[in-house]
Structure formats: structure tokens, C-alpha cells
Design a protein around this ligand. Structure first.
Ligand SMILES: Cc1cc2nc3c(=O)[nH]c(=O)nc-3n(C[C@H](O)[C@H](O)[C@H](O)COP(=O)(O)OP(=O)(O)OC[C@H]3O[C@@H](n4cnc5c(N)ncnc54)[C@H](O)[C@@H]3O)c2cc1C
Length: 406
């Protein structure tokens, strides 16, 4: 895939999987790519998440290796690069695609006709796409305990929030919180495409604490956003902040402003007969939204692990849904879901699985589905929402170190 992108004139900074053969010579699959300039970002599943790398370097274009016609994360400015690439027979990319049996990427083209963010220009010139995410600076409006471990925080007070548009499902966004003793989260002075590099350049003890959450709901009139926090005590700054959040407390968000924004991973491929969802309470907001989004007649088996019987919540769906709630007894965060899923009878037909929660548990589930249940890898979307013993900053730092090791 790196070679294919190279043929499009896009330089690949990092790839998943080896770029050289055992004798150290470049893998012929790499084509003309100078593999000495490419960072291997991991060889084993679970070593990276797309979220991490998208945040690590927002200008990166990351391809979906098992669904070649799609991209997991394509910032709009890179889509313009793809749009510029010459089309037609005889491109090196076409030949490479034939050699590797990969399909050429069909990248979604922005709707230039109606979107004022796009400037039509003469053919061959760059298209300037509308941004898909924007920064907002709301305040806590209210908080509501949904259950022993789930707390809903409603943000509002920034009229700009009315611009937030989500793709629903597992739509993610970035939340920035103030450090202890600060009134507001400290962000870079300039919040442009390089915001992440600028944020990283700030003193880690001073810059706003960045965490990833799911948009549980976004409303207009008044413009408000709901976040459902899975509380895990004072161990992490986000959980600590949520427990103490009071009306008027300021935060910042990097939230989507277009429906198709790259921050939605739940995408059942064509030909899906039934859907498997597995989640712990951090992914429960996403599951609730996915179920609400699915059309009638979709067959769904969901397994959801929570920490207390009262954390179970009514889930609204038009789909034909069977939910198994698992209530954790102790501190073990990896085996309850795995045991339930491995012993479950699955419906017949072609499945699509969406798996999210603690990283090690997610890896185990994916391994089981692929090796023991015969799920095609391309039919599993799996995301570690957190990792036991590691903060989100640790996970980001790992990603940065991997990139710097190039
Ligand atoms: C795409 C995506 C969407 C997400 N959506 C949500 C959401 O809607 N709601 C939600 O609550 N979370 C969500 N998460 C998970 C959330 O980002 C992490 O739990 C995050 O680590 C919490 O930050 P923190 O500051 O509280 O803890 P951190 O500082 O990151 O971690 C501190 C310690 O707490 C542990 N820890 C982190 N989370 C948990 C947990 N849930 N239970 C037990 N121990 C934990 C870590 O292993 C570490 O040891 C999402 C994550 C991703 C990637």
C-alpha cells in the first residue's frame, strides 16, 4: 500500500508491517519506496491504533490495509492530493495494484458544488477542502449520574457548538481539560492544521490534558454536547475532572463539523448478515449510538461488560437486537467478555464485528474471532479505548517515539 501511495505522489512516513526481507534487502512489494525513510509503526496487532497515529500527525494519510478501497483517516488536504493524482490506465499504481491484487483507493471526493468551504479552481489546481474538525470552548452546563460508574456531562454555552455535526455511531472527538490550578485548558495560540505539533511543543505540565471521548449526543437550540464518562476513580485526570465537574467549568473540544469526518469507525461492509458488538463501559456510549443508528431488520448480538448491575442501561434500537450484559465481579478487565463471546452461539451468515474496550481484551477477542470463529479480518473493527496501567498520554508518547525512531 505504501508503494501504491508512492505512485500517487504521496510519501509514506510509516507503515504497519515489515519493509525489508529477512536478508535486510527492501521488500519488492515496496516498489520504488525508499524503505530507509519509512518508519515501521508496528508488526503485531494492538501495537498501534489509528486514532493514535491520526492524532500523532494530522497530516498523515493512513490507509486501511484490509479494505483497500477505503481509508481510515484521510485529512481533507490529503484527499485533495489524491484527487490531483492522474487517473487512467498505465499509472504505476495500476500496475502495482494488479501485482498485489489490491484495488486502487476510491477516496471520497468532497462535494464541491454546495459546500462553501470548497473553491472550485481550474483543473489541476489544488482544491481547498472544508475542515472536518474545529475547536470549541464550551462550559459544563450540568452533570447527571446515570448509574454508579456512568456520569453524563452536558457541555454548552459556546454558540459555535451549533456547528458540530456528527456521523453518529462511535463518533469520537478530543476533549481538552485544564491542569490543576488552571482556569481554562491551555492550547496553542494558533489552532490550525498543525495544532497537534504546536500542542506537543507546549510544556506537558502546562498544556491542556487531551483525552478521547465519544459524542453521546449533539443538539442545537441550545447547542449542547453530551459526554458519558465511565468513572474509574481519581486515577486519571479525565475521570477525576468529571467527578468534580460543576456548571461553568471550562473545557475545549476538537469536534467534527461535517458528518463524514473520519472519526467514525463503525462501518459494516456490504453483504453483512449480522453484527457483533462487544464493549466495556467506555464503549457503551458508542454502542448505544450504534444501536440507535442501525435500521430495522439488522440482526445484532451485543456483549457489554459493566462494573455494577445498575450500570446496565436501556438501549434504544429499531434493529433486531440481543444484548448480553456482563457484570464484573472483581478487577479482571479482560476475561469476562472473552469467556462470554467464546461460549456464545452465533447467528448464521456473514458477520461484521465491532470490538472496543480495554486493549488486551480487545486483542484477545479479535484473535478468537479470526482464528476460532473464522471471521475475515476485514470484517472486524477493533479499537483499544484504553490500556490497563497506561495513561492516554503514555499511549501517545509510545506513538511519538515509534515515529521518531525512523
Ligand atoms: C475512540 C475512543 C472513544 C472513547 N470514548 C469514551 C467514552 O465515551 N466514555 C469513556 O468513559 N471513555 C471513552 N474512551 C476511553 C477514555 O479515553 C480512556 O478511558 C481514558 O484513558 C480516560 O482518561 P483518564 O484521564 O481518566 O485516564 P488516563 O490518565 O488515561 O489513565 C490513568 C489510569 O487509569 C486507567 N484507566 C483508563 N481508563 C480506565 C477505565 N475506563 N477503567 C479503568 N481504568 C482506566 C489507565 O490504564 C491508567 O492506569 C474512549 C477512547 C477512545 C480511543
Amino acid at each position: 500500500m505504501a508503494a501504491l501511495l508512492h505512485d500517487y505522489g504521496i510519501q509514506c512516513a510509516g507503515v504497519f508491517g515489515p519493509t525489508t526481507l529477512k536478508d535486510g534487502s527492501p521488500d519488492p512489494m515496496a516498489g520504488d519506496v525508499d524503505v530507509s525513510k519509512v518508519t515501521v509503526i508496528g508488526n503485531t496487532w494492538g501495537e498501534f491504533t489509528i486514532e493514535k497515529y491520526a492524532a500523532l500527525s494530522p497530516q498523515l494519510l493512513i490507509s486501511h490495509m484490509f479494505e483497500p478501497p477505503t481509508f481510515w483517516y484521510v485529512p481533507d488536504q490529503r484527499q485533495a492530493d489524491l484527487d490531483r493524482a492522474p487517473r487512467g490506465q498505465g499509472r504505476p499504481g495500476d500496475r502495482l495494484a494488479q501485482r498485489t491484487h489490491l484495488l486502487l483507493p476510491q477516496v471520497r471526493r468532497p462535494d464541491r458544488g454546495t459546500d462553501p468551504g470548497h473553491h472550485d479552481r481550474d483543473e489541476g489546481e489544488l482544491t481547498v477542502p472544508a475542515p472536518t474538525y474545529e475547536f470549541f470552548h464550551p462550559r459544563v452546563i450540568r452533570s447527571q449520574h446515570l448509574s454508579p460508574h456512568l456520569l453524563r456531562i452536558v457541555l454548552g454555552g459556546d454558540p459555535g457548538l451549533a456547528r458540530v455535526v456528527t456521523g453518529g455511531r462511535d463518533q469520537r472527538f478530543k476533549l481538552f481539560l485544564p491542569q490543576a490550578g488552571q482556569d481554562v485548558p491551555v492550547l496553542p495560540d494558533v489552532l490550525d492544521d498543525d495544532w497537534y505539533a504546536r500542542w506537543r511543543a507546549l510544556d506537558p505540565c502546562v498544556r491542556g490534558i487531551m483525552r478521547t471521548y465519544t459524542v453521546r449526543d449533539a443538539r442545537t437550540g441550545p447547542a449542547e454536547i453530551d459526554i458519558d464518562f465511565a468513572l474509574h476513580g481519581d486515577l486519571g485526570p479525565a475521570s477525576r475532572w468529571a467527578r468534580r465537574a460543576a456548571p461553568g467549568d471550562p473545557v475545549s473540544l476538537l469536534a467534527p463539523v461535517t458528518e463524514d469526518n473520519g472519526g467514525v469507525d463503525f462501518r459494516p461492509p456490504d453483504g453483512t448478515d449480522w453484527i457483533l458488538l462487544t464493549a466495556d463501559e467506555t464503549a457503551l456510549p458508542a454502542v448505544a449510538n450504534i444501536l440507535a443508528w442501525l435500521p430495522p431488520d439488522t440482526r445484532v448480538r451485543a456483549f457489554i461488560e459493566v462494573g455494577h448491575p445498575d450500570d446496565r442501561q436501556p438501549l434504544v434500537s429499531a434493529a433486531d437486537t440481543e444484548v448480553t450484559w456482563l457484570v464484573r465481579g472483581g478487577t479482571d478487565r479482560t476475561s469476562a467478555l472473552l469467556t462470554a463471546v467464546t461460549t456464545a452461539a452465533f447467528p448464521v451468515g456473514t458477520p461484521y464485528a465491532w470490538v472496543a474496550g480495554e486493549s488486551a481484551g480487545v486483542r484477545g477477542l479479535r484473535r478468537h474471532l479470526v482464528s476460532e470463529r473464522g471471521f475475515a479480518r476485514s470484517r472486524i473493527t477493533f479499537t483499544g479505548y484504553w490500556r490497563q496501567g497506561r495513561t492516554e498520554d503514555d499511549l501517545m508518547a509510545e506513538a511519538v517515539a515509534a515515529a521518531a525512531a525512523s
